[in-house]
Design a protein around this ligand. Sequence first.
Ligand SMILES: Cc1cc2nc3c(=O)[nH]c(=O)nc-3n(C[C@H](O)[C@H](O)[C@H](O)COP(=O)(O)OP(=O)(O)OC[C@H]3O[C@@H](n4cnc5c(N)ncnc54)[C@H](O)[C@@H]3O)c2cc1C
Length: 449
Amino acid sequence: MIMKNHVVIIGNGIAGITTARHLRKNDSKAIITVISGETEHFFSRTSLMYIFMGHMRYKDTKPYEDWFWKKNRIELIFGIVNYVDFEQQTLHLESQTISYDKLVIATGSSPNKFGWKGENLPGVQGLYSKQDLDELESSTADSKVKNAVIVGGGLIGVEFAEMLHSRGIKVTFLVRENRFWGGVLPIEEGEMIARHMKYDHHIDVRLEEELEEIIEGEDGRACAVVTKKGKRIECQLVGLTVGVRPNIDFLKNTKLNIGKGIKVNEYLETNVPNVYAAGDCAEVQNPLAGRKPIEAVWYVGRMMGETLGQTLAGNKIAYEPGIWFNSAKFFDVEYQTYGNVLANKQENESTFYWKHPVKPISFRAVFEKETRALIGINSFGIRLRHKVCDKWIKNKTSIETALTELKDANFDPEFYKQYEQEIIALFNQENGTTIKPKKKNLWAIFGKN
Ligand SMILES: Cc1cc2nc3c(=O)[nH]c(=O)nc-3n(C[C@H](O)[C@H](O)[C@H](O)COP(=O)(O)OP(=O)(O)OC[C@H]3O[C@@H](n4cnc5c(N)ncnc54)[C@H](O)[C@@H]3O)c2cc1C
C-alpha cells in the first residue's frame, strides 16, 4: 500500500517556507501545500521598511521567483484558515476544506495591544504585515501626516520611526524604560542608541513615558495621544510597537496544547499526533539554558524550518538552536549580539565595555567571573564574524584569549577604522593585564577550526 503524505503548512513566512523547501529537498514524493492569508508569495518581512523608504520594491523582497513553487511542486493557497478539525485532519477556509496527513502550524506573530482607549481608531496601527505597510502608505499619502507618535521602544519601533522620518514626518517616540530597548540592552547601549536617535536623527525620544490614551479627532481619526504623565502630543498617526505575541487565536479552545504559543517538544511536535509548529508561534517546552521558550526572530524560524523539513521527510532530528545570535540596525548603527548579554548583569558574570568617545560604536564582552569564559558579546557599529564569535562562546574561550584574537572576528569592509587596539588597551588598563592583539589568523576565519 502506498502511504499518501500530504503535508499542509499554515503560514508562508520564513518558518513555513523553509520547512516546505527542506521537505521537498529530502522527499521528492511528498505532496506539499502552503496556505497564507497575507500574500500569495513568501517575502522577507525584515525588508518591509525598505519598501516604504523606497530602497526596494515589494517584488525585490521575494527571495524566490514566482515560478519556483510550481517547479518544486509546492502548491500555494492564498486564504485564511478559520478552523482546524484535528479529529478529521481537515482545515476550514472561507470557501474550501483541505485534508492533511501532517500539519505544520507556522502562523507567526500578531502585534500586541493593551486595551488603550482609542487603540482601534483609524490612524492607529502596528507594523507587522504587508497589509500594515499598505495601510501606512495610504495614511501617509499626500503628506497627510506631519507628526507621528510611536509607542514602544524596541526593534520594530525604531524601524517604524526611521521609516516615517525618511518621509519628513516628525516622530515622537514613547519609551517606557529609562533607555531604548530596556528589557534587552544594558544601560550603556540603550542610552547610546536613545541619544543617537535623538541628536543624530532628531527623533523626539521620550524616555520613561507611557501611553495613557489616544484621542479621536473630529474626523474620527486619531489626532493626539495623552501620556501617563499627562502630556498631550498632537499627531495624525500612532504606531503601536509594544511587542508581539504568537498568532494562534484561531486555535484556542481546541485540543492543541497552548500556553503563550503552541507547545512543542524538541522535535517541534505538538501534543496532537501529526501536528507540528515552528517559528514565532512555537513555544519550546524545555528550552536550553539561557534560551527563551518563544524566540520571535527570523533565524530561529529558519532553523526550525530546516529541522522540521528533515523530520517530515522521515529523518527525525531534534531542534538544536546553538548559540543565540541576533542582529539589527538602529538607523545607521549596526547591532550584533552573540550568546547571553542580559540587560542586567548576573551575579556570576563580569562585563567589559568599550565605547567610542563620540560615535555610537561600542563593544561589550560578558564573561564568567570565576572561569573567565566568554558568555556573550554585544557590538554596535563594528561588524563581527558569526563563525568566530560562535566558536569562542561554544568553546568557553577566555575573555583574554578572545580579545587577543579580536582581529579574526572583525568583519568590517577594508579601509574601515579598526578599534581592536583601543578596546584591548582599555581592557589592559582596567584589569592590569598586558595582552596584545594577535595578527589576523586566516585559517581561524576560513578554515575548519
Ligand atoms: C518590521 C519587522 C522587522 C523585523 N526585523 C527583524 C530583524 O531585523 N531580525 C530578526 O531576526 N527578526 C526580525 N523580525 C522578526 C521576524 O520577521 C519574524 O521572527 C519572522 O518573520 C517570523 O517568521 P514566521 O515564519 O514564524 O511567521 P510570519 O513571518 O509571521 O509568517 C506567518 C504567516 O502565516 C500567516 N497566517 C497566520 N495565521 C494564518 C491563518 N489562520 N491562515 C492563513 N495564514 C495565516 C500570516 O499571515 C503570515 O503570513 C522583524 C519583524 C518585523 C515585523
